[in-house]
Structures are given as C-alpha cells and as structure tokens.
Write a protein that binds this ligand. Structure first.
Ligand SMILES: CC(C)(COP(=O)(O)OP(=O)(O)OC[C@H]1O[C@@H](n2cnc3c(N)ncnc32)[C@H](O)[C@@H]1OP(=O)(O)O)[C@@H](O)C(=O)NCCC(=O)NCCS
Length: 144
C-alpha cells in the first residue's frame, strides 16, 4: 500500500535510509519536511505494516525536486520502486508539476538505469556534489 508519510513514520524512514544508504536526509530534516514544509511531499510503501520504501519530493509551482528514493535491501528488484514511481509521477502531474529534477551518484548504475527507464534524461554533472563523487542531474518532463 502506498500512502502519504506522517510524523510517526520518521524513525522507520530514518532506519531505512541508514540500512540502505548508510546515511540520508536525517531525522530532524525529515521531521521538518513533514511538519512545517508546505512544499514537501513524502510517500511510503507499506507491506505487512512495515515501511519497505519511501520517496520524497519538494514541489514549488511547476518544478519538483526529488529529495530521496529508497527501497529496502530485501525488497529491491521486485517492482516496488516502479510502483512508487508511477504513483508519484501521477501525483505530481495532478499537482501541476511540469518538470522533475533529481541528483544521483555517477556510480549508481542501478538507480540511473531505473530513472532512465522512467524517461529521466541526464542533463548535466555537478562536480563533487557528494564530497568526492560527482552527481548526474536528471530531468523529466511530467506531461510526457
Ligand atoms: C533505485 C531503486 C529505488 C529502485 O527500486 P527497485 O524497487 O529496486 O526498482 P524495480 O524493482 O522497480 O526496478 C529495478 C530496475 O533496475 C534494474 N537493475 C537492478 N540492478 C541493476 C544494476 N546493478 N544495474 C543496472 N540495472 C539494475 C532492474 O533490472 C530493473 O530494471 P528492469 O525493469 O528494466 O529490469 C532501489 O534499487 C534502491 O533503493 N536503491 C538504493 C538506494 C538508491 O540508490 N536510491 C536512489 C538515490 S538517488
């Protein structure tokens, strides 16, 4: 089941980020995003009452930026990320968003393949965005 994230989900999302990425947006950032940021849109994917994936965006007018996208290790490559992506693309479209941007590590072949599958196009590089690694910025037009 996909649903909007709420403040009670923050510890589980934080642990998910730590397990999969080693770090992430962090608890206080996530609390602020869910409690006070009117531009934040966060969703979780629940299975058996456990959060197994989450995705977050900031959307201002016609532009949205992906904040993070994580599927738990044991649940990757089972189509969960794809279901979540289809859901949020539709959600953002209904919100009036026309363009989505995201950054991904240059070496993250899996995520890059995933985003390309959903029509994101590599736009440019941000040098040393992740301390010692470049980010590739991907952009997708929502109406396509
Ligand atoms: C990227 C991620 C969100 C995708 O979610 P998912 O649930 O695994 O995605 P799906 O199962 O729907 O689809 C996975 C696709 O990646 C492909 N894939 C899997 N491993 C891969 C690899 N090592 N290299 C290239 N492609 C790979 C699969 O073949 C599948 O593509 P296909 O449908 O064309 O076969 C998830 O893997 C993840 O959380 N990764 C770690 C966190 C991360 O890097 N997040 C992105 C931060 S910008």
């Amino acid at each position: 089941m996909i649903r909007k994230a709420n403040l009670n989900d923050v510890p589980a999302i934080h642990h998910l980020e730590k397990r999969v990425l080693g770090d992430g947006l962090g608890q206080s950032f996530l609390y602020d995003e869910l409690a006070i940021n009117p531009f934040g849109h966060y969703f979780v994917y629940e299975m058996h009452k456990e959060i197994v994936a989450y995705v977050g965006f900031r959307a201002i007018d016609e532009l949205a930026e992906m904040m993070n996208f994580v599927v738990d290790l044991d649940y990757q490559d089972q189509g969960i990320g794809s279901q979540l992506m289809v859901y949020v693309l539709d959600y953002l479209k209904n919100l009036g968003v026309l363009k989505i941007a995201l950054e991904v590590r240059k070496s993250n072949k899996r995520a890059r393949h995933f985003y390309e599958k959903f029509g994101f196009k590599a736009s440019h590089t941000r040098a040393n965005y992740y301390e010692k690694e470049d980010a590739i910025v991907y952009i997708r037009e929502v109406t396509k």
